[in-house]
Design a protein around this ligand. Structure first.
Ligand SMILES: O=C(O)c1cc(=O)[nH]c(=O)n1[C@@H]1O[C@H](COP(=O)(O)O)[C@@H](O)[C@H]1O
Length: 277
């Protein structure tokens, strides 16, 4: 099944476009998971238990898993999310020359364990660097379009000789690369004008819109422009998974209060976004 069909089914089932970002910063984990064999996995398991009713997708960021225990935690997390019938978008921002890109793309096909359903990629090296991902018609490939961070403007807003902005050129290319109908775009919620501009350029491509929550992005613009025919994702990571971070909840041995707060935060974001769908 194609990723965007799978995602459309999940959005309908959960009545949600919330992507829950699984970025388990080791310095912010609650006491209740610290004694586990794999604290990040234990943390994610409880976050998934608390949030899956409201999740269209889980988005683990690879940066939080790049060590041996981390990869085990990631595999367990992907399998567990699939067990709850929620797709997984691995935020890895890959992009490299051909043979390296082919190697990177194997992460979509892990024979040893469960594999992600979609991935984020960096377009800076051009089409061939993304080809091994684009060829995977069943997997979603989210190309960085206009990122949410302040420095996103340093390169992405540069005006080319043609009069286009660089990010507009990337969007145009992403559209050309979409022969398999598996391409999405990453556009930050902190840039509502660019969100609108990009939606006009590519009416049919679903967006992943990060930057609501901790980065203070525009939730209404994220929904208004992020969805293509109702399909797209609005991500919050820290705003959900660390919602229970007040000192008492964090030190509570059971972790119940901490994870309950994550569930409530995911539910609130779902309801807020649904007002604009
Ligand atoms: O590709 C991404 O997901 C991404 C792109 C972007 O422009 N901005 C952005 O914040 N992200 C990711 O989205 C998540 C945002 O996390 P919070 O700011 O905690 O909600 C992180 O994993 C970022 O790496």
């Amino acid at each position: 099944m194609h990723f965007f069909d799978r995602l459309a089914d999940r959005i309908a089932a959960a009545d949600s476009v919330v992507s829950v970002g699984l970025d388990p910063d080791p310095d912010r984990l609650p006491d209740s998971v610290l004694d586990a064999d794999l604290p990040r996995w234990q943390f994610n398991r409880r976050i998934i238990d608390a949030t899956h009713d409201h999740a269209a997708c889980y988005k683990p960021n690879a940066a939080f898993y790049e060590d041996p225990d981390g990869w085990r935690a990631l595999q367990e997390t992907i399998a567990y999310a699939h067990g709850k019938d929620v797709p997984v978008l691995l935020d890895a921002k890959r992009g490299d020359i051909g043979n390296t890109a082919r190697q990177y793309a194997q992460i979509l096909d892990d024979e040893e364990g469960p594999a992600a359903d979609a991935i984020t990629v960096n377009p800076f090296l051009g089409r061939d660097s993304l080809e091994p991902f684009l060829q995977r018609a069943d997997k979603g490939v989210f190309v960085l379009g206009r990122t949410s961070n302040p420095g996103g403007e340093d390169l992405q807003d540069l005006e080319l000789a043609s009069g286009e902005k660089l990010y507009e050129r990337v969007v145009h290319l992403a559209d050309l690369w979409n022969g398999n109908g598996n391409v999405g775009l990453v556009v930050g919620a902190t840039n509502p004008d660019e969100l609108e501009d990009i939606r006009e350029l590519v009416p049919d491509i679903p967006f992943l819109v990060p930057g609501v929550g901790a980065q203070g992005g525009d939730a209404e613009a994220a929904v208004e422009h992020g969805l293509a025919d109702g399909v797209g994702l609005v991500n919050s990571s820290r705003g959900i998974i660390f919602a229970g971070e007040d000192a008492d909840a964090r030190r509570d041995d059971s972790g119940d209060a901490f994870f309950k707060a994550a569930g409530q935060s995911a539910k609130q974001l779902k309801q807020r976004l649904n007002q604009f769908r």
